[in-house]
Every structure is written in C-alpha cells, then in structure tokens.
Design a protein. Structure first.
Lengths: 294, 670
C-alpha cells in the first residue's frame, strides 16, 4: 500500500500506466497475451528453427504417424510435414485475422460514429445500409465473393473486412447516440466547434473502450471466418495453408484414425480465439475501472 | 409506552471501513450518536464526512466490501451486530424505514405504486394481496397523496418528483417503523416541494411517535426540523447538541466556519471560505482532522486525538475542539451591497420577447401532439460588468434561457442582441465568432469535460476551435488561466477524474474564460458543491468579474446564492419572467406572490424562524405542454381572482413585476 501524501505531491500517473496495472491484475488476460505471443512466435519464428518443405508433395510419405523419424507430428495426405504446416497455416490465420479485424473495426467505428453523431436522415440512410447488408447471410456473400475472385491473403482480408464491419458500426453508433448528448459535447459546441471535431476528439475517444474490446472479438471472428471459408473450399489454394483449411482436410480423415491431422489445427484455432477473448475481457476491465477510481 | 429517556438507537464507537482497490477508507471512526423516540436527530456534514455511511451502517446497506469493524449499534438495547441474520432482517425491515435521496431511482419503474408500497408488508408480514392494497391506499392518504385509490395503480414515471418522494416515504412508513432514516430526502426537490416534504416528515413523526434521523448537507433544513444536531467531519462527530444551542453558539471551529460560509452570512460582500480540502480517509490521521484547514490550529491540535467533551453549561452540548468558539456567531442578514454598475451604460446583452417551444410527442413524421412552451416571451438586459441572476424552480425555463443566450439552441421567436448584433440572424461564420463573446459554465464540470482529455487539452480546446494564437501562445494563455483560478501548473498533466468538485469548477471557469468572453452564462455553477467549497468558487467568480469586467447571467434555484452574486434578479415561473429588479429589493421586498412564496420556502439557518403558513404555495408546477391561460401562476396563487385570466405584463421602473395584485408598491428610487 503506497501512501499518497497529498494531492499536490502525488505522482502523476498516466492513463496508460494505470491501464496496464489494471490489465495485469486480470490473470486470464495475461494468459491470453502469453498464448497470443506463443502462437505468433511459433508460426513466424518456428520455421527458422524447424525447416520443412511445404511446397513439394511427397507421396512416399503420406499419413505417417506422429513420432516418425523427422516428423514429430506426422505427415498429411500429400506428404507435408504436419508441424511445419501448422506453422505455415498459423501465419495466414493470424495475419488475416488481425488485418481483417482491424479493417472491420476502423471502418465500422468511423461509420457508426458519424451516423450516431449526425442523427436524423444521415443516420437513417447510413444505418439502413448496415441493416440491408446484415440481412444477407454473411456466409452466402462470402461464397459468392470467393467464387468471383481468386482467394489470396489480401483478398481474404478485404472480403472478411467488408462484411465484419457491420457489427462494430452498430455498436459504435449506439454509443455515439448517447455520447453526443454529453455535456462536454455541448460545451464544445458552446465554444463554436463543429461536428467533425466532435466525432474526432470526443465521440471516438470515448467510445474507444467498446471499440477495442470489440476489436479483439473481431480478430477472433475473422480467424474463424477464414476457417469457415477454407472448410467450404473457398480458402487460399494449396500449397498455402491455414488452420481452418487444415481442420477441414483433417475432418475427412476422421474415421481413418489420422487424429494428428484433426486435433492440432483444431486446438490451435481454439487457443488463438480464446487468447483474443481473454485479452478482450482484460481490456474491458481497463476501460471500465479506470475512470471510476480516483 | 416505554421510558422516553432511553435512546431508541445508540451508536457506540462505531467504526466502518470500505475497502477500495488500493487501500481501505476508514469511513467512520468511533462515532457516538443517539436518538430517542419521538425525536429528530439531524446529521449534517459535507460530502465525504461519513454522514451517509453512518446511516448505511445502521441499515446494513454498506457498499460492497464495506463493513462495521468496531463498536456497537444498539437498537432498543440490543446490539444489531450480534443478532442472527433472520432477526436482523426483521428488525431492519420492520422496525426501521429508510428514505433515499433520489425518489426516481429508489422506485422500481416496472411496478405499480400500490404493489411497491405494500411490498414490505407482503415480504415481512405475509399480508394478503387485497389487504396489502387497502393498507397501501391508507398509507398513501396519510402522506398526503391526492386520490390515493387511483394512484395505487399508477407507475412511478406518471408522478412528479415530490409525489414520488411521498411514495418512498409511504413505503418506509407502511410497516409503522419506530425509526425513520431520511438521507437527503429533499436534495433532489425544489424548495417549495422540499418544504412540503419536510413538513410531512415532521407531522408523521408526531403521529407515529417515531425517531427520525435526518441526514443532510443543508444547515437550513436541519435548523428548522431537528431537535438535536450532530456535525460530522472526516468520519467523526465533531460537535453535537440541541439545535437551538448549536446554531446560537457553535463551539467547534468547523461548525463556525460552515455557518460563516453560507451565502446568507456574507457581511462585507465577501464570503468566508474554508481553505483546502477534507483529508483522505484512507491514510492514518493523527490529531484533530480539521486542523490543516483551521485558522486556530496549534501544535497541540495536531499532536493527539481530540475527544468530544461536554460543554461547561451541562446542556448536552459536546464538541471536539481545543480552541472552541467563545463569542456567538451571528448569521446576520447581509446588508444591501453597493451598486457597482452605473445605471446608464449601454447593455451588453439585450433579450426581447424570447420564445422557445419544443414539439412534444412523436419525433419526425409522427403526429405532433402539442408544443411545450419552455420560454414564453422573456425580455431582459445585462449591462457590462453586471450580474443578472435568474431564479426559479426546475422546469421554469431558466436553463433554456441560458442555452439560447449561449447560442446552443435557436429561439423560436424574439431577439437576442449581443453587443449590438442579433445572434439569431447571424450566418455560420459570424455565429462561430460570436461564441468568443459568450461562454457557458456548467453545473457539473466533470460531465462537461471529456474524461479522456488532459486538463491542458481541455483548456486549449476553445483556443483551437476559434484558432486563437499558435501553440506557444496557447500554452502561455492556459498557464495564465490556471493562475487566475488559483490552481497549480501541475494540474495541466492530470485528467478530470483526479480533481475534486471545487477544483473542477475552477477548471470549468478557466475554460469559459479562455476566449476572454464578455459574458458568461453560468448554469447552476455551485449547486453540486459543498458549502465551504461553494464559497471559494463564488468568491473567485466575483474576483474575476471585478478584475476582468465580466458580465454574468447567473442561473440558480438557490435564492441565497443568487442574492449574494447578482446585482439584479429575475424570477421565472413556467417560461415567464414574473419579477425583475435589483437583487436586494427582490429578496427583501418581493412584489410578486410567487417570489414571496419561494423566499418563504427557503429553509433558513435560524432555528425557530418559521414562516407564516398562509404564504406557502401548494401543489405542483403545471405542465408546460398546456400552460394555464392568463397569469401562469394563477392556479397556485393565494391571491388569484378572475382578473388574473388576463395576462399581466411586466411593468414598473427598476423593480418590475408581472402581477395584477403586486404585494407592494415599488420602492422609490434612492
């Protein structure tokens, strides 16, 4: 317990530091960060230490069981080393997840903040667009898009991002509706400030808690979307890999006893989604508690 | 009937701790109090003094984690801390009743009034549905509800604030408790309603022979209603005695300072203000807790604990002060302040026939069901360097006038002329620049500041918006502003939540001053503050006015504050100005019956100073949706006749009134 002597002498503790402290008090959030770091290191630095050929198929070495010489996790139906493939797949999943989640969050936040702050017919038009897009099942649109364009990593990011922004847009719009009536927005208008400034300096910064927490779930969702698309055969084409695609390949081998093709990508997906959810929970604490405490 | 001299409730050495994220707040520290049957004990103190924690400890309603860590709560001779959970629930549920501050949040919006009032009966006594309803109607009648048999089937949102508070009181009384605890029961209400509720509690106390604990920050409320008073400061009782005795001759230096900080006692045009802030209760404290803010403190005060000691006179008056007050403190009615404003200068602000109406009912394309007349033809002038006070009850349109003048809303009709230009006719660019002339100051500065911005960004924001100066000159201006409002430079790096209410109000004032405006519209700037801090802010506002030649439009519901601040006062009722005149004349010789009623309803910090009952007004403010025709006050006016169906015009010389039967003639010009 540190004694805070008098207000004048108390050290100025920045918002950032207070936030980190609160975040660190949440054990699960720290576990989430640890998981994320581990999986990222595994996917991106792993291949430097554990080199495998993930380009050429080797039909002499199909369905080798884990523990076989040189293949700790065995090989798949075309002879790729499963451990190496897991690393390669992780790269795609994490990159697409982060990028699509970020894209969706940024677009959704700006859209929602502008709609919520402007109100009246601007809001009506902007939100009807969101409603219209939401009324079409996302999976159907994904399939349509994926069959028109060739799925590459950047394309996947754009496709997923283009539909995932609807959630944050609705969320932020709701937030903006209440924030625009706050007295500090009124105070700013009393100084002669306009709408642009209100959205930029007041609405978005104060909705940031919701936005960031939601962003972590968006990332988790995007990783799952990649998995869905691959499962439907609309993911990045081989020899590129991603965890979702590996899982769907593994599923077809369920009854052949090739469990090493099924469990590792499945567990990896669960772990990364869990990691982002934990981080989201921790961030939620940060943004809720900090302002309440003096 | 039991022996009346045995206290019904007695707290002995009660200590309560509230754990926070870092550290433990020792909210109560060895509190000793007692209440007898049929007696009202007033607990008075500033926010954070522990007055609410005391009653929450009794009721077992402490915030999560908080607990009583020492002492005894003796109710009728039994220590509540030793009782079993079941019995404790019964004692607290049946023998004690509690009334909270905010009548809206203490009622469940989805339950009918009758069901809520009767809920304790059904929970604790297992009374049947039909009987519970009968009892609810009966108790609602007792608390003065009109048509209780109708109201039992209403929902809380259908009632006004005063009516809701009556329902809450009925809820507390339905079990016929022996102890009623009222925690700031009237703070959220208007003065005229406040008076009705306080009288009701008084009547019921006599009728039910209850003990009442009345917790409030308002010395005036206590003075008129309590038999005995306990003054709390920083988790301790610092002085206790009979109301008459304590108000006549307070002994503790804190009590004295509180009374001198009341706007009523500003004798020489300046309020006494207590420097500094109350101590942080999570730290170990030694000595008298008021010592750091006390003018009379010596090393002896800081060295060891100062205990409550009885007065030599032996009348039950106790205080914990080593250097008590010996001379009586006079809460003198202030003398008329000298008029500082010359009468013939050009007005800075001229408002003529200002009208603001809002559509009621559906928005957009739905059918409009009516128009709310918030401001209906208001005219006034404000001269440079002058303060115009606007008073009225909530819903009278005073805040709307403030927003219209500050350019936050466009008027439906009328003219607002600032420095020669009508702001309603301005184009966008000119309107943008107009904001440099007129600035707004808010009641709750915390809500009016972006919690994610540091103080330096908050203070530079007006300069950025109006594109005044460059980065360096803005920084210099902000430092200058902080000096003006008396805050250290270090404040710049902090966030709003790190400041106390008084400091935030200073920052709010600094922000309003940033553009060097000529007029500041202050909407209830001190209503959320404690008396001692309120005095600091009011003094600051007056000092800055003298130094910078500012004009204020000072909006408040509190007549004593307006009387202290304003050169002239306008009284509003239901969207109309009913009286305008020099401050001391309006307050001391009001001409409109409504002004008189408002003045009479203000609880005065003179015990035994009860206003005559015939000047009180009853009932509630009519709806602004369909305001009464003619004089809008006639539905509640004791003097109204048929002539009042014709709308009176505001007339007179310097002291104008809109009434067919003014209470007095205008005082001749001096």
């Amino acid at each position: 317990m540190t004694a805070v002597p008098h207000e004048e002498e108390a050290p100025v503790r920045g918002m950032w530091r207070q936030g980190v402290e609160v975040f660190c008090e949440n054990r699960l959030a720290l576990l989430g960060v640890a998981l994320f770091v581990l999986l990222t290191l595994f996917s991106f630095l792993g291949p430097l230490f554990y080199q495998t050929d993930q380009v050429h198929t080797d039909l002499t070495k199909v369905y080798l069981a884990p523990g076989t010489e040189g293949h700790p996790l065995g090989t798949d139906g075309v002879g790729y080393d499963q451990l190496g493939r897991l690393m390669l797949g992780g790269q795609t999943s994490i990159v697409v997840g982060l990028a699509a989640g970020l894209l969706a969050t940024v677009v959704g936040t700006v859209w929602g903040a502008v709609a919520g702050f402007a109100g009246s017919w601007v809001d009506a038009v902007m939100m009807r667009v969101v409603d219209a897009m939401m009324s079409i099942p996302a999976l159907f649109l994904f399939m349509l898009m994926a069959s028109i364009v060739t799925p590459t990593v950047p394309m996947l990011i754009v496709i997923i991002g283009a539909f995932a922004w609807l959630g944050p847009a609705r969320l932020v719009r709701g937030e903006a509706l209440s924030l625009r009536t706050r007295e500090y927005v009124l105070a700013m208008r009393g100084m002669g400030g306009g709408g642009g400034r209100a959205v930029r300096r007041h609405i978005i910064p104060n909705a940031i808690g919701t936005v960031i927490v939601n962003a972590t779930f968006q990332v988790a969702d995007a990783i799952l979307y990649v998995a869905y698309l691959s499962f439907l055969g609309l993911g990045v084409p081989p020899p590129a890999a991603n965890w979702g695609g590996m899982l769907s390949d593994g599923l077809s081998d369920t009854f052949s006893g090739h469990w090493w093709l099924l469990y590792p990508p499945g567990i990896a997906i669960i772990l990364i989604v869990l990691a982002f959810n934990f981080i989201g929970d921790g961030l939620r604490d940060v943004f809720e508690v900090r302002l309440r405490r003096r | 009937m039991e022996a009346l001299d045995r206290p019904l409730l007695r707290l002995r050495d009660l200590s309560t701790d509230i754990p926070l994220r870092r550290g433990v707040v020792h909210a109560l520290d060895h509190v000793d109090l007692e209440v007898r049957q049929g007696e009202t004990l007033g607990i008075v103190g500033e926010s954070g003094s522990g007055k609410t924690m005391t009653v929450l400890s009794i009721m077992g309603l402490l915030p999560s984690g908080g607990q009583v860590v020492g002492g005894e709560i003796l109710f009728d001779g039994r220590d509540l801390r030793g009782l079993e959970a079941q019995e404790l629930r019964r004692v607290r549920g049946v023998e004690m009743g509690m009334v909270f501050q905010d009548p809206l949040t203490s009622l469940n919006p989805t339950m009918r009034i009758g069901a809520q009032v009767a809920e304790p009966l059904r929970v604790h006594l297992g009374v049947g549905k039909a009987e519970a309803r009968e009892r609810a109607i009966e108790i609602l009648r007792r608390v003065g509800m009109p048509r209780p048999d109708k109201i039992v089937d209403d929902y809380p949102h259908q009632l006004s604030g005063g009516m809701r508070q009556r329902v809450v009181i009925a809820m507390a009384l339905v079990r016929s408790p022996r102890l009623l605890i009222a925690d700031e029961p009237t703070t959220a209400l208007d003065v005229t309603t406040q008076r009705q509720i306080l009288e009701l509690i008084d009547d019921l106390r006599e009728e039910f022979k209850m003990a009442v604990i009345l917790v409030t920050h308002d010395l005036g409320v206590i003075a008129g209603r309590a038999d005995r008073v306990a003054v709390m400061y920083a988790g301790r009782v610092v002085e206790t005695g009979t109301t008459a005795d304590l108000f006549r001759s307070p002994r503790h230096r804190y009590t004295e300072a509180l009374m001198r900080a009341l706007p009523e006692s500003a004798a020489d045009g300046r309020l006494y203000s207590i420097p500094g802030l109350p101590p942080d209760l999570s730290l170990p404290l030694t000595g008298c807790r008021f010592a750091p803010r006390c003018r009379f403190a010596t090393d002896e005060c800081r060295a060891g604990d100062v205990l409550l000691t009885p007065d030599a006179a032996g009348n039950g008056h106790e205080f914990a002060c080593l250097h008590p007050v010996t001379e009586p403190v006079a809460i003198a009615a202030s003398s008329a302040p000298a008029d500082t404003v010359s009468g013939d200068s050009e007005p800075l602000l001229t408002v003529r026939d200002l009208v603001k109406e809002y559509d009621a009912g559906g928005a957009g394309m739905r059918r409009v069901s009516g128009r709310v007349s918030a401001v209906a033809g208001v005219s006034f002038d404000v001269k440079p360097g002058e303060t115009l006070g606007i008073v009225g009850e909530s819903g009278c349109g005073k805040s709307t006038v403030g927003r219209l003048v500050a350019g936050l809303e466009a008027p439906t009709g009328g003219r607002i002329v600032v420095d020669g230009t009508d702001i309603a006719t301005l184009d966008r660019r000119a309107r943008h620049r107009m904001h440099r002339q007129v600035q707004l100051m808010f009641q709750d500065s915390y809500a009016a500041m972006n919690p994610r911005m540091r103080i330096d960004s908050i203070l530079t924001e007006p300069l950025e918006i109006q594109q005044v100066g460059d980065a360096a000159s803005r920084r210099a201006r902000v430092s200058e502003l902080l000096d003006q409002v008396g805050l250290p430079r270090r404040a710049l790096e902090r966030y709003p939540h790190e400041f106390s209410g008084g400091q935030l109000q200073r920052i709010g004032l600094a922000r309003s001053l940033a553009l060097s405006p000529r007029l500041i519209v202050a909407d209830e700037p001190v209503s959320a503050l404690d008396v001692s801090v309120q005095a600091q802010v009011l003094n600051l506002m007056r000092d800055l006015q003298g130094r910078l030649g500012l004009s204020y439009v000072f909006i408040s519901h509190d007549l004593s504050v307006v009387d202290y601040m304003a050169d002239r006062i306008g009284v509003m009722y239901l969207g109309k100005l009913v009286e305008v005149g020099p401050a001391h004349q309006v307050v001391r010789s009001p001409r409109h019956p409504y002004t008189q009623a408002l003045l009479d309803a203000v609880p005065s910090p003179h015990p035994g100073h009860a206003p005559s009952p015939d000047t009180t007004i009853r009932g509630e403010l009519p709806s602004a949706l369909n305001p009464p025709t003619g004089c809008r006050f006639r539905t509640r006016c004791p003097l109204a006749t048929d002539a009042c169906a014709v709308e009176p015009v505001l007339q007179g010389g310097t002291h104008q009134v809109a009434c067919h039967f003014p209470l007095r003639q205008e005082a001749p010009a001096a």
